[in-house]
Design a protein around this ligand. Structure first.
Ligand SMILES: Nc1ncnc2c1ncn2[C@@H]1O[C@H](COP(=O)(O)OP(=O)(O)OP(=O)(O)O)[C@@H](O)[C@H]1O
Ligand SMILES: [Mg+2]
Length: 255
């Protein structure tokens, strides 16, 4: 498909973040295509987390621009970015470990049971509750937690908690979800399962992913497009095959 037909949910232009003399993000131009999984890889200290922090408003850029869903969101506050539909999973309040998996998603879905105008009209309230519960179950199925709906979040493993975070992000209506090391601390088989579930969400839930990942041996095949950062700069980009065969990338990871 030609470049003209690709729609981008996130575009950065010469994005730069300096901490004193250290330029952690240096003139970075990254595009995240709609309904695709874009992967950002690179060694420790490359600037990956800083890049996401600058995009999501956690840090203010030194210079450059961030466009999300066609809007210039440069310098927006984190809650504004989040409300616009660009969610960093850790921005969604931590799962309530004492609540069930289902209740965690229901909290993220919100509802008007507390709304003083609607609350007395019980019919409205019950309809909305029912719709929310149905939607929560759909979301849980989609992330592979359907069978765990009545477990306490505290009883979930590390990978399942990540998927609960994804579920909660979906419940808030996220259009772009940034995941920092979603398969960290999980065994390879479950890592594959997580990545497969994430991939299956793209079109079905009209969502896009920006995945920061270290374990490229497992994650790379799932990416639609890959950027490689090193010392603040993008040093390679392309599809997984191109990037895996790029001499600069091989040098960083093996050399
Ligand atoms: N708040 C900060 N103040 C000063 N320097 C920072 C700050 N945050 C990050 N840095 C520096 O910026 C550089 C990029 O760090 P960053 O955390 O973005 O890298 P990363 O690619 O996410 O690494 P990792 O793979 O280890 O998570 C590093 O040299 C780091 O020490
Ligand atoms: Mg990081």
């Amino acid at each position: 498909m030609s470049e003209d037909h690709v729609e981008y949910i996130l575009v950065t232009q010469n994005l730069t973040k300096a901490f004193g003399g250290l330029v952690a993000v240096n003139n970075v131009n990254i595009k995240v295509a709609k309904n695709k999984m874009t992967m950002l890889m690179g060694p420790n200290g490359a600037g990956k987390t800083t890049f996401v922090n600058v995009c999501t408003g956690v840090l203010k850029p030194t210079s450059g621009k961030v466009f999300f869903n066609g809007m210039d969101i440069t310098g927006w506050e984190p809650h504004q970015v989040y409300k616009a539909g660009f969610v960093r999973t850790f921005q969604v309040p931590e799962p309530f470990l004492g609540l069930t998996v289902l209740d965690n998603v229901l909290v993220a879905l919100g509802g008007s049971g507390e709304n003083p105008i609607k609350a007395p009209i019980k019919g409205l309230w019950i309809d909305e509750e029912r719709r929310n519960i149905e939607r929560a179950f759909k979301i849980l199925e989609a992330v592979g937690l359907g069978d765990y709906w009545d477990r306490l979040a505290a009883a979930l493993g590390a990978g399942q908690l990540k998927m609960l975070e994804v579920a909660r992000a979906l419940a808030t209506g996220a259009k772009l979800i940034a995941l920092d090391e979603p398969i960290g601390g999980t065994d390879p088989a479950y890592a594959d399962e997580i990545l497969s579930y994430i991939k299956s969400l793209l079109n079905k839930w009209d969502v896009s992913f920006l995945l920061i990942e270290h374990r490229i041996d497992i994650a790379l095949p799932y990416a639609d497009y890959v950027y490689v950062m090193d010392r603040g700069r993008v040093i390679a980009e392309g599809d997984p095959d191109e990037v895996a065969n790029n001499p600069k990338v091989i040098e960083i990871y093996i050399g």
